[in-house]
Design a protein around this ligand. Structure first.
Ligand SMILES: C[S@@+](CC[C@H](N)C(=O)[O-])C[C@H]1O[C@@H](n2cnc3c(N)ncnc32)[C@H](O)[C@@H]1O
Length: 278
């Protein structure tokens, strides 16, 4: 009994360290994921004074630009299940007087309370929706459907949802499947299945939304040199394997190309825009 408790505690610590590495990778390579950011911004088009729910704070790379866009009369509520993420971003937002409120959600019920129903102009999220389901626990798409229903309920009528996440049949899906191994993504591997485009549209519609656009886009991760790419892929997934091995895996599956003065890894995500019509 004691032993089980102890090892669960160790796993929780290791998961916190994983997200600490995730934040560090993003913070040390601030330009790496600019392509994802600009695609989200094009679709979301956040306006001055709007209230936006960001689902999955991470290191804040979307949170701060959102706050700048909505300005001091707007509000960004950024939620996460990892306290390291919400606390670090809370501190940095306060230093800059940005209109951001971070909220730590419980892993068992990772959603905002009922007072946030019909509250937001927009809900947005990058690379987080898939975390609502777990292949090892065979949850299928049920966690994602529940999440999408919560997003729907939290929006005002006419409010919009903009999500980017991996989709089945892309290099990103194959890459994540290849790192579903604690050696490459410590401590739990990456036990998440990804939906097809048809499945995404089915989920969105079941949650009540009217889909407006769904596109799979190549949004390469950009690095000034190969060393920076290696460090990023090794750190972001908290790999135990050597950094060289992490790069070999990423290069083999995502492709590493020199483009002008920089290097790119071929990251691909779906970008969805949907609206709450009723
Ligand atoms: C890949 S990161 C994305 C973070 C940020 N949006 C970004 O793009 O950098 C996934 C996020 O999902 C959060 N997460 C992990 N498990 C989760 C769960 N069961 N429910 C909700 N969020 C979860 C993590 O804490 C992390 O911030």
């Amino acid at each position: 009994m004691l032993e089980t408790h102890h090892s669960q505690h160790e796993t929780e610590d290791a998961i916190s360290s994983r997200w600490e590495s995730y934040r560090r990778a993003n913070t040390e390579s601030p330009g790496a994921r600019e392509n994802e950011l600009s695609e989200i911004f094009k679709l979301l088009n956040p306006q001055h004074g709007e209230k936006v729910w960001e689902y999955g704070t991470g290191n804040r790379y979307l949170t701060f630009p959102l706050a700048q866009a909505v300005g001091s009369i707007g509000e960004v509520i950024s939620t996460d299940v990892n306290e390291g993420n919400t606390e670090e971003v809370k501190g940095k937002a306060a230093e800059r007087s940005l209109p951001i409120k971070t909220i730590l959600l419980a892993q068992e019920n990772p959603f905002l309370p009922p007072e946030y129903q019909d509250y937001f102009d927009a809900v947005t999220s990058i690379a987080t929706l898939h975390h609502l389901d777990n292949r090892d626990q065979q949850t299928g798409m049920t966690g994602r459907l529940e999440g999408l229903k919560k997003f729907y309920a939290s929006l005002k009528r006419g409010g919009r949802l903009v999500i980017a996440d991996p989709v089945y049949g892309t290099a990103t899906q194959r890459y994540f499947d290849s790192i579903d191994d604690p050696e490459y993504c410590y401590p739990t591997g990456h036990p998440h299945d990804f939906p097809t485009q048809d499945e995404i549209l089915t989920l969105i519609t079941k949650a009540g939304f009217t889909p407006q656009s769904l596109e799979v886009k190549t949004v390469p991760w950009r690095f000034p040199d190969i060393e920076a790419a290696k460090k990023f892929v090794h750190t972001i997934h908290h790999a135990r394997a050597g950094a060289d091995q992490s790069l070999v895996m990423a290069e083999k599956i995502l492709g590493l190309t020199k483009v002008g003065d920089h290097y790119e890894l071929g990251w691909q995500l779906f970008f969805l825009k949907a609206v709450r019509d009723y």
